[in-house]
Design a protein around this ligand. Structure first.
Ligand code: NOJ
Ligand code: CA
Length: 551
């Protein structure tokens, strides 16, 4: 089944619904790897515009566009030179407007990525800071400190950046600046009123241009307490206290910033929406998702879970409870531009160290991609039946896998170099999409793509899958069309049974979802079958399969 003109009209009406985001299907586009209209090997905004019909037919409600701003690409565009422009390598503001108009005409909303924790080192204010003196107003927009040791040649603290190496970089006059990520990504000082005002200006710039919302990068890190002596051995991974006492992450003051943003968002009709990327403990997530704050926050719990019925049940229960308490709506994610694609994860033994596996070029342990894809489809269909928003990552509708054997010389993730070539990083999920079965870059563009695609990508292409009713693309199209039609109040009732491998629930209106996490076929619950993630076997629900039914 494909999206009919009728379903598109419904989408167009929803453009004015202030609650459109609560149960939306949002499709993430990593622009440099989506579609290359001018054949220079890099995906561009015109490429997106040319694929709007594809997105409409897929049936998504919104697109989340990863950074498209001018950038030297030290971190895939998350190093922003200018927040209010388009990277000339991928288009112009006029191309942006054309893309936005085309999406809106097709009833698809547009969410842009905003990167407020750090700029790039090429940002005009960072260049000003470098040229200015110690203690100057220009330096105060970032986080500069004197070094330790008699000549200040030691960094101000021993903190390690997320991509490896020290979190401090020295500048020619001897001072150091903080960068939680790459050295090319200096952290902003959010205690500086000019920084706050400039971000409001940026948000207004894009909201006035018609964007419907914002995805907020590293939303939990903006407010920092760097007063007094800096602590040593500060934990920069996810394991930090849940009381807001960490010096860098998840401090209570960060919500003052978002309360101010919310006032701006609410001055638009419909209000602009926002979703926080906040790697915080589950019990703190609701603060970002509150209606007075950003409204929604990513929940990466399922993304981090194993293929396991109990884990899924617990995660779903906990997150739905939390959404009820905070008034936000839940979010469900399996893949994005930062993680190993989910068919690959599910095709590896539980507990596999994914980065170690990538270092073997994906050879050890052996990948069972057929099982991985089967489970991925089942997991996706389960999540699409849940209350809340589903965030999909480009290419998952084609069943794309992680490209584990990219040659070292093409790796662009800063992690690769910063880890001393011990962690490959995230390029394997950023390989350009295959649109056609043949051609130099399988229809991504007319020439070679910026990251090489594997030879079998043609078999995964849109062209190859479009005519095949059993393809993953056909499955996603059907699932999204049914989801839109079946959408109902934001709650579910669990259906308990004797088999612990079954995860079954019913949504208001009688929409049933049942997933068999085991390997043995089971009887289907009573009802009319709507869709299943793998074919039924002799009328039964086979292992590693989800089915939707109407009770
Ligand atoms: C999270 C983004 O998703 C990731 O791609 C980026 O490297 C970091 N934030 C730093 O901006
Ligand atoms: Ca291009």
């Amino acid at each position: 089944m494909t999206a009919t003109p009728e379903t598109r009209t419904v989408a167009a009406e929803s453009l004015t619904d202030p609650d459109w985001w609560r149960q939306a299907t949002v499709y993430q586009i990593y622009p440099r790897s989506f579609a290359d209209a001018n054949g220079d090997g890099i995906g561009d905004l015109q490429g997106i515009t040319e694929k709007v019909d594809y997105l409409a037919e897929l049936g998504v409600d919104a697109v989340w566009l990863s950074p498209f701003y001018p950038s030297a690409l030290a971190d895939g565009g998350y190093d922003v030179d200018d927040y209010r422009d388009v990277d000339p390598k991928i288009g112009t503001l006029a191309d942006f407007d054309a893309m936005s108009t085309a999406l809106h005409r097709a009833g698809i909303k547009l969410i842009v990525d905003i990167v407020p924790n750090h700029s790039s080192n090429r940002h005009v204010w960072f260049q000003e800071a470098l040229a200015a003196e110690k203690g100057s107003a220009a330096r105060d927009r970032y986080i500069f400190r004197d070094g330790e040791g008699p000549d200040g040649s030691e960094p101000p603290s021993d903190w390690q950046a997320m991509f490896g190496g020290s979190a401090w970089e020295r500048v020619p006059d001897g001072q150091w600046y903080l960068h939680l990520f790459a050295p090319e990504q200096p952290d902003w000082n959010w205690d500086n009123p000019e920084v706050r005002a400039d971000f409001l200006k940026t948000l207004k710039f894009w909201a006035d241009r018609g964007v419907d919302g914002f995805r907020v990068d590293v939303a939990h890190a903006l407010a920092k307490d760097l007063t007094g002596p800096l602590p040593t051995h500060l934990e920069l991974s996810q394991e930090f206290p849940v009381d807001g006492s960490h010096r860098l992450f998840d401090r209570d003051e960060v919500h003052e910033i978002y309360a101010e943003w919310r006032q701006l968002f609410n001055s638009y009709d419909p209000p602009r929406i926002a979703v926080a990327e906040a790697w915080v403990p589950a019990e703190r997530r609701g603060r970002y998702a509150s209606p007075e704050g950003l409204g929604q926050a990513f929940n990466f719990d399922l993304l981090e879970a194993e293929w396991d019925a109990e884990q899924f049940r617990d995660i779903i229960t906990k997150n739905l409870e939390e959404a009820t308490t905070t008034g936000g709506s839940s979010t469900w994610v399996f893949s994005n531009h930062d993680v190993v694609r989910h068919p690959t994860r599910y095709g590896l033994p539980n507990g596999t160290d994914l980065q170690a596996w990538l270092m073997t070029d994906g050879k050890d342990p052996e990948l069972d991609l057929a099982t991985g894809l089967r489970r991925a489809r089942a997991a996706t269909l389960l999540a699409l039946a849940l209350p809340g928003s589903a965030y999909l990552y480009q290419g998952e509708e084609l069943g794309l896998y992680e490209v584990a054997d990219l040659p070292a010389e093409v790796l662009a993730d800063p992690t690769w170099v910063r880890s001393g070539h011990t962690i490959k990083g995230r390029d394997g999920c950023r390989v350009p999409l295959p649109w056609t079965g043949t051609g130099e870059s399988f229809g991504f563009g007319s020439g070679p793509a910026h990251l090489p695609q594997p030879a079998d990508f043609g078999a995964f292409s849109v062209e190859a899958q479009e005519q095949d009713p059993t393809s993953t693309l056909a499955f996603y199209r059907q699932a999204l069309a049914h989801r839109r039609r079946l959408e109902t109040a934001e709650k579910l009732d669990w259906v308990a049974g004797d088999n612990p491998e079954l995860v079954q629930f019913v949504r208001p209106g009688g929409w049933v979802s049942v997933t068999n996490f085991g390997t043995e076929p089971v009887e289907l619950p009573a009802g009319e079958l709507i869709l299943s993630s793998s074919p039924l076997v002799e009328g039964k629900l086979p292992g590693e399969t989800t089915a939707w039914l109407r009770a």
